[in-house]
Design a protein around this ligand. Sequence first.
Ligand code: AMP
Length: 280
Amino acid sequence: MKTFNDPKKLQRWAKAQRLAGRKIALVPTMGALHEGHLSLIAAAKKKGADEIVVSVFVNPTQFGPKEDYAQYPRDHKADAAKCRAAGATAIFFPTPANMYASDHSVWVVEDGALSGSLCGARRPGHFRGVCTVVAKLFNLAHPNFAVFGQKDYQQATIIRRMVRDLNFDLEIVVAPIVREPSGLARSSRNAYLSDDERAHALALSRTLQALKAQAAKGARPWKALQKKAWAALEKAGLRPDYVEAVNAETLAPVKTLAKGTAVLLAAYAGKTRLIDNVLM
Ligand code: AMP
């Protein structure tokens, strides 16, 4: 497995691979890799990539000033070992200084149609940071396709739109959410949870499963279900941030829970903000 720190070196190498006819997959991550990330590498392999590039970069521009940028878990050694074992062929560990010039001034901004709600409404500037760094990674790794997780549903939707609207020449693959046996969606931020908070956090996936069971019985008015879901999260000891039912493609709010609806939620377990979602 190759290791790159210098964006230019990655770009040169990737270009040579493409010229040689090799198919490149990119898996963008912030590291502290877990089974969820590794499933993206597996998906890239299954799709027939010759080279699988995993980027590990805690991107400062997608964090708000009061968010967890400084304490976000970082373990390059363990990440490299996991990537190698999972079949990645290259890992990219840039630094903020070699990704962003001190006078960096051009950004990729989604106008709000997709990023103005849900996490985007609570985390101003978050998707500007995400779109910008992902666009940069696409230009550096020259991927034929890039793999994202459904875990970050709004992110995957926005990246798809960015690729469509800005004519990036690659395919976006979205892989299903990997969960712990308890149902808790795997996340690098789960490392922040105390035993109690981890137990409370099970309410996220349970609430979503209960909603899915409701929807399976036929279309249901959303408002009443939303209220119940909110109460269930609170009862479990969580502080809900949002619970929304949206059109799975446009992210527009819906009035009834039915097929083609995605339910997305965010809730705090103590100080840790967790997200989860399910497709009806
Ligand atoms: P992160 O390192 O949290 O920025 O995530 C990097 C990529 O891994 C994103 O595309 C996430 O959606 C994806 N990912 C994170 N957690 C999971 C999970 N539990 N299952 C599937 N994909 C995930």
